[in-house]
Write a new protein. Structure first.
Length: 195
């Protein structure tokens, strides 16, 4: 069996020497988790522990990079990790740790995403649909929508900007506004007041 003869700090982590020859460089967290130390044999159990620690560290790096760019739901982060080739067990562990650490919170994600879509002119139907497609429970999606300015108020603001027209009505309908919110415009068109 090869013996760890040196652990040297490097710019990229820790260089591991086996039997006096530089073998590989690992992240500090990987070396610590695997329990590597000078004078220890790199036997089969320790090599397995090292491989597990490397896989988990890589998965954590993928998750941190994704979360540093934008908020993610648990499902969207899970899909990101799966696309990166992270195995089921490691993925579940990383997701659980991210949730415990507050990095992933579906309720917070739903509120943020709902606000973002509402500001872009989306109606409640579109927002709920988007949140459900992001992997959130429909009840969580509806709660996030209920915390927004009412759909009728948002529709009214869009009508103010775009004008009262059939074109605006089509725009709002395409953006997921409900019939109840569109009723005043529909009534105007039905009465011939708008074209």
């Amino acid at each position: 069996m090869a013996v760890v003869t040196a652990l040297r700090p490097t710019r990229g982590g820790v260089a591991v020497d086996l039997d006096g020859v530089t073998w590989r460089t690992f992240a500090v967290a990987v070396v610590v988790e695997a329990g590597l130390g000078v004078g220890l044999e790199l036997d089969r159990p320790r090599a397995r522990a090292l491989a597990r620690a490397r896989r988990r560290h890589r998965a954590e790096q993928v998750a941190v990079r994704a979360l540093s760019r934008r908020e993610h739901s648990r499902r969207s982060l899970d899909m990101r990790l799966e696309r990166a080739g992270v195995g089921d067990t490691v993925r579940a562990d990383v997701l659980q740790r991210a949730e415990r650490g507050g990095l992933v919170d579906d309720q917070r994600f739903a509120e943020h995403r709902a606000r973002q879509l509402a500001e872009r002119g989306a109606g409640d139907l579109l927002i709920v649909d988007d949140l459900v497609r992001q992997g959130l429970d429909e009840a969580v999606a509806r709660t996030a929508v209920s915390d927004l300015q009412t759909e009728a108020e948002r529709a009214s603001a869009i009508v103010e900007r775009r004008g009262r027209s059939a074109r605006t009505l089509r725009y709002l309908a395409a953006r997921g506004f409900s019939d109840d919110s569109l009723e005043p415009l529909i009534a105007d068109i039905g009465s011939g007041a708008l074209r």
